[in-house]
Design a protein around this ligand. Structure first.
Ligand SMILES: C[S@@+](CC[C@H](N)C(=O)[O-])C[C@H]1O[C@@H](n2cnc3c(N)ncnc32)[C@H](O)[C@@H]1O
Length: 233
């Protein structure tokens, strides 16, 4: 029997209209749709494209932890094997990924486990980082600028060094790391250039100057963007 194909489906940052035509075609035609569920039980990726999922599609929720050493975690082995059962039986499986699948995406851990055994196609999506620049209405990089994506989970010194070297940066995975990041931005004189954006492109998107952000209101779905210095026309 011919095996099914595994799709890593970038569904974009949240606004369903930012789904690509290709992602929409695969989402609406794959017999099996898999998506991560958080430990809290939230099923965000599914919720964002819920209108496109049909009743006759098999749904495969994957409980996956959001922690640092995820590549070694058995949750990914279990999820991969559940997907493999469908692929072995000839059914295509589309794994929903917020933003782009290959940029800090949970899909990559499924990809690493299953790509040696099955045919895989990755459909790129609009990353939250790119969408945030568009939502803020700021040019991100000019000419030979260097752009860094920095996880806030890194040690403060490492974040500081990356920020010093880059012309423009995005700081992702803020959560409880926000106070550390804020104080580094203050030290480097970047507070006025940096902008906090949460749930970019969702209906409840919020854009807040860093000085006004309260730690208690920080969501996982947020990032700080530091655009390049404004250039002459
Ligand atoms: C594990 S990374 C996944 C990135 C995703 N693959 C992408 O391309 O956007 C998760 C981080 O992306 C950022 N993020 C994802 N979606 C976001 C959104 N809609 N608005 C703001 N930040 C977002 C947050 O910093 C979050 O902690």
């Amino acid at each position: 029997m011919k095996q099914g194909r595994l799709y890593g489906l970038g569904i974009g940052p949240g606004d369903p209209e930012l789904l690509t035509l290709k992602a929409h075609r695969i989402l609406t035609s794959s017999p099996v749709i898999a998506y991560p569920t958080m430990e809290s039980g939230k099923v965000l990726a599914r919720a964002l494209v819920a209108d496109f999922i049909k009743a006759d599609q098999i749904e495969l929720p994957m409980p996956l932890p959001f922690s640092v050493e995820r590549s070694s975690q058995p949750s990914y082995d279990i999820a991969a094997e559940k997907i493999a059962v469908h692929l072995e039986e000839g059914r295509d499986v589309a794994v929903l990924c917020l933003g782009d699948p290959m940029l800090y995406g949970t899909f990559m851990y499924i990809f690493n486990r299953l790509s040696p055994r099955f045919e895989v196609e990755v459909v790129p999506g609009i990353s939250s980082v790119m969408a945030s620049a568009a939502m803020l209405g700021v040019p991100l990089t000019y000419r030979d600028d260097v752009f860094s994506i920095i996880p806030a989970t890194l040690e403060g010194e490492v974040i500081r060094e990356h920020l010093k070297m880059a012309d423009a940066s995005a700081i992702i995975k803020l959560g409880r790391h926000f106070p550390k990041v804020r104080s580094i931005l203050e030290d480097l004189g970047l507070l006025d250039r940096a902008v906090y954006i949460e749930r970019a492109t969702w209906e409840n998107q919020r854009i807040v100057p860093i000085r006004e952000v309260e730690l208690s209101e920080i969501t996982y779905w947020s990032l700080i963007l530091i655009p390049s210095q404004t250039q002459p026309l």
